[in-house]
Design a binder for this molecule. Structure first.
Ligand SMILES: [Zn+2]
Length: 189
């Protein structure tokens, strides 16, 4: 048993390295343009802060797009929140021709239909290798964290969703991987 753990431990290093190489490769090879759009009410300080975080991490410039209203057809009245997949379709429709990808930041809660739940609250959603992703701050703020902790969560979720649009899938080999599936839990530590 001990030996098995040893080999598993040895495996984590190359797998972790491989993930970072893939991530770095994507940072280097994405030469397109990405736009950040505030959807509905969201503090502009958060939007500006997130723009810089994405730029610093991925090393591509982000264009701040004009604020847009939340689309009424995406509103899910029974739970007072917005369907994230419908928000992605909406984003595809409003994406300026000059932008390759668009990330939306919302304060309202967002959700999707899953195999087991009709309406499952989430922190973010993206099309894998696609052009749109959305991040909600609603769940990041629920336990009223200190600003630094809130910002850390926001950065992790946003970089994760942008990673999906760059074609990165979920990883499970390391707790330190940015592309871990949060499964509704805060992306802390
Ligand atoms: Zn994900």
């Amino acid at each position: 048993m001990k030996q098995r753990k040893y080999w598993l431990g040895l495996l984590i290093v190359p797998v972790g390295l491989l993930i970072w190489v893939i991530l770095y490769y994507n940072q280097l090879t994405f030469k397109g343009k990405i736009g950040l759009v505030p959807l509905g009410q969201i503090p502009s300080g958060q939007v500006h802060w997130l723009k810089k975080e994405i730029e610093d991490f991925y090393h591509f410039s982000v264009t701040l797009l004009p604020r847009q209203p939340l689309p009424e057809p995406a509103f899910y009245r029974p739970r007072n929140r917005y369907k994230a997949d419908l928000l992605l379709e909406y984003l595809q429709g409003i994406k300026p021709a000059g932008e390759d990808k668009i990330i939306a930041l919302v304060q309202k809660d967002i959700s999707v239909k899953t195999d087991t739940h009709e309406d499952w609250g989430i922190m973010g959603l993206a099309w894998l290798g696609g052009s749109c992703c959305v991040v909600s701050t609603f769940r990041l703020d629920k336990d009223h964290p200190a600003k630094a902790k809130f910002n850390e969560r926001l950065a992790k979720v946003a970089l994760h969703e942008v990673g999906h649009t760059l074609g990165l899938e979920h990883c499970s080999q390391s707790i330190y991987c940015l592309m871990n599936d949060a499964r509704g839990v805060y992306p802390d530590d």
